[in-house]
Design a protein around this ligand. Sequence first.
Ligand code: AMP
Ligand code: ZN
Length: 113
Amino acid sequence: MDCIFCKIISGEIPADRVLETDEILAFHDIHPAAPVHVLIVPKKHVDSIQALSAETLPLVMPLHAAIREVAERTGIAGKGYRVISNIGEGAGQTVMHLHYHVLGGRKLGPKLL
Ligand code: AMP
Ligand code: ZN
């Protein structure tokens, strides 16, 4: 599959890795939108949250555990940070491999809601 995040997971494309487990990989976004901007992806390819199935839904737990660990490691856990997942083209998803953006290290705004 021609998926840039699958190529990062396999090591074919380099990335600045923050955290890796059997199930997930976290790495710095190549175009950071904040001082801390880390992407967290499941190693198994899933297109988006909307594409999660009964088989892949359990991946949500290690992804959320990784959010907390990445926030600790990057020093933003105590200050506050934002987690975003764009789902589909209408939301601006450009890489069709489920990922969470973890953003922090500056005052974040504007809030959508
Ligand atoms: P989205 O637009 O929500 O699909 O997010 C995709 C993100 O992947 C963007 O913030 C890009 O900057 C980031 N990105 C694309 N290619 C790479 C790469 N090779 N290494 C790290 N981040 C990347
Ligand atoms: Zn993929």
